[in-house]
Design a protein around this ligand. Structure first.
Ligand code: TYM
Length: 343
């Protein structure tokens, strides 16, 4: 089927289920800004509050976290004029198309999702039905815009494959070429930022150890201290990427440096190869502080005026619905829903 008729459109989302980490920033936010600024795409970015409630959220905290995440997007460089910035629950077509996709996706597909298996653990019986259906709503987030490209970190790859499966099955079952087969965009040195305490674990907001991650709201001293204390090995840095193969902690710090400095790993090693961590870590800390401190200051400033954040989100929802309402309407026509009588 021809996929050429779809205009280049980017969609991506982040859960407002706690603070942002350096992993979210390098794996997602910074790349969202880059894609916005190329001007090659229409860009739509989303706080996915309906995904967050697949596990219990304190209502007041969720509201706060959603606004703080919006502030994080804007402080990182998302311009709400250039991009459409939205909160998922304010654009009802996401959930409406999500239901349709619940009827397209198969139980077996959902059961194979590693994130479901990790999060539900041994106690799947007690997990919410929403957690199981999570990837189907994610497919709806993307496809309700006919988005063609989705920048994410490595951990979302399987969900994006499922999005392609849902689009393919829908198009096949109804004999249409209606939904695009979306391209995941998983690029750069930091698509999987690892814990600072354990190079085999992803940096995550849910890790019980705060020392394992850099939070976007950490102050300069905290950032420098966490990097100084990051787990490493006693060797000097190699001068070529190959030398990082069996050194996950060293590789992680070099990847972080590369992503933040907009350099390749080879370029970082050309500059720092042979250096001990006693030298490299302070250089990395300086870079991280220079990069993150202005963002966290701007986030705090934006959070002083939450009414303005709410206005930005209301405007974003209005712009989003100009895209999503017609796509949902066409979907309903395709699947045989009776259309409402025009007033
Ligand atoms: P979430 O909220 O867990 O993470 C948001 C984004 O940050 C990336 N990320 C990382 N990247 C590199 N290293 C890390 N340690 C790291 N931790 C997180 C994630 O890959 C993601 O890109 N299901 C999604 C949210 C979502 C979504 C969507 C994304 C809902 N609908 C539609 C894209 C399109 C999630 O839970 O992301």
């Amino acid at each position: 089927m021809s996929q050429t008729r779809f205009a280049p459109r980017v969609f991506s989302g982040i859960q407002p289920s706690g603070g942002l980490t350096l992993g979210n920033y390098l794996g997602a936010l910074k790349r969202f800004v880059d894609m916005q600024d190329t001007g090659d795409f229409e860009t739509i970015y989303c706080m996915v509050d309906l995904h967050a409630i697949t596990v219990w959220q304190d209502p007041e905290k969720l509201r706060h976290n959603t606004r703080e995440l919006a502030a994080g997007f804007i402080a990182s460089g998302i311009d709400p004029e250039k991009s459409v910035l939205i909160n998922q629950s304010q654009v009802p077509e996401h959930a409406q198309l999500g239901w349709v996709f619940n009827c397209v996706a198969r139980m077996g597909w959902m059961g194979r999702m590693t994130q479901w298996k990790d999060k539900a653990g041994k106690n799947a019986e007690k997990a919410s039905l929403g957690l199981f259906a999570y990837p189907s709503l994610m497919a709806a987030d993307i496809l309700v815009y006919h988005a063609t490209h989705v920048p994410v970190g490595e951990d979302q790859k399987q969900h994006l494959e499922l999005t392609r499966d849902i689009a393919t099955k829908f198009n096949h079952d109804y004999g249409v070429d209606f939904f695009p087969i979306t391209e995941p965009v998983i690029e750069g040195a930091a698509t999987r930022v690892m814990s600072l305490r354990d190079g085999s674990k992803k940096m995550s907001k849910s890790d019980p150890s705060d020392a394992s991650r850099i939070n976007m709201t950490d102050d300069a001293d905290t950032i420098a201290k966490k990097i100084r204390k990051a787990k490493t090995d006693p060797e000097a840095l190699p001068s070529e990427a190959d030398g990082l193969k069996d050194r996950p902690e060293a590789r992680n710090l070099v990847n972080i440096y590369a992503a933040m400095a907009n350099m390749s790993v080879d370029q970082v090693l050309a500059e720092h190869g042979g250096a001990q961590f006693g030298t490299f870590k302070p250089a990395l800390a300086d870079l991280a502080v220079a990069h993150l401190a202005p963002i966290s200051t701007e986030m705090a400033r934006l959070m002083d005026d939450t009414a303005e954040i709410d206005r930005i989100l209301a405007r974003g929802a209005e712009r989003a619905r100009a895209i999503t309402a017609p796509i949902l309407k066409q979907t309903y026509e395709i699947i045989g829903m009776v259309a409402p009588v025009e007033a």
